[in-house]
Design a protein around this ligand. Sequence first.
Ligand code: SAM
Length: 401
Amino acid sequence: MTPQDHIDQLFWWYFEKQLFTFFASERNNPSVNETLRTFKTAKEVAVRYSWNEDATLRFLRALGALGYLAEHNGYFKAVEKQLLRLSSSQTRAVNWFAAVPSLSEETSLFTESVPTLETLSRHCGAHSAPDFVKAAAHAQDTDALIGLAYDQFIVARFFTEHVLEATLREGRSQVQRALGLPSQQIFDHYGAHDSFLQLYSASFSFSNSAANAFVAEQVRFQENEFVLDVGGGAGGLCRAILNQQPNLNFAIYDHPNSARSIIAAQNMLRIELPTVRRAYGDFFNDTHGGLHGIDPDDRYAKIFLGWILHDWSDEQCVAILRRCGHHLQPTGTIYILEKVITNTVTNSRAILLDFLMLSMADGQERKLDEYKAICEKADLRIGFCITNPGRGRDIIGVEKG
Ligand SMILES: C[S@@+](CC[C@H](N)C(=O)[O-])C[C@H]1O[C@@H](n2cnc3c(N)ncnc32)[C@H](O)[C@@H]1O
């Protein structure tokens, strides 16, 4: 396993343990046992706990993807064997959580001036949980430590039992509760706290590197063509693509509030992109029909949207896609990079991400049909979809309608 796989696994392990701990504590209540002993619909479970029905369905699906619940035609039932196995490891989980920094420590890490690598390393090293320490030691490099620190803080913040319960009850993101601002402004928050955005951008570039390599291998680039990465952050995808085809007119577009931190993250990850143009603007700002901050006459052969649409509502996605469509050459392609929800049980990554997006950004993972519908509303159409056989993102190719 590579260091990156190791960290990736830790992320999901942490997420899984949070879901489970919440579920298990409920399970100590005898009526819960009874609730899920026989197959129940999400609606029945939602009524039983006074939870939001949509959020309940997404939560039960996530537990199903993790193997704790069996699902049959929209009905869910506990997999007793799995639960027993996990119950016996609950003490271990509780001890493990005790080792996660308290919210006050997290808060200082999010808001203090840019943390040094020493601070982050110390923070990771401070964990008594042997798995974390082992991972940090195993990784042995800066990128891995940053990825590790980020994963642990972001997930720690959003998956406390309290936040999880509130997400289920209210059926919406708990950004307001965790950060004190509307979920729509989550990226403004990142921008306002350099240290956090730097970590965030760095971690995205880092933790996506296998997925970025997949994109660079699958997409054919013509020499000198114009390529735009919308919301491209520190440039991880750009770096992977330029490794394959160095002669491109590549531009990365992102929010102006993120600019300073993105550059800091780029320095931290030693990403050097001397030939790449940076453009800044707000993709929700409608100035000339295209992307705010980009010349209205600029046209690109390829436009990437990597892990952008899953943060936003259908209406917002249509607006972003329409503006990208404005800058697309007539035969160009927009590449939506997301994990697509399929009906196969093995597609657990998308289902887990879906619940993560709900609680973090009021976002969602979508099925291909749902992408088709939002593309059509933006006068675009899906030409192809390349499924990533690994855990990374799938590639949806979108053309002018
Ligand atoms: C989830 S990250 C994805 C980063 C990168 N594309 C990747 O796949 O690793 C979302 C990116 O969108 C940018 N972003 C968020 N809101 C934006 C807006 N309104 N206009 C432009 N960029 C925005 C953020 O700064 C961030 O870099």
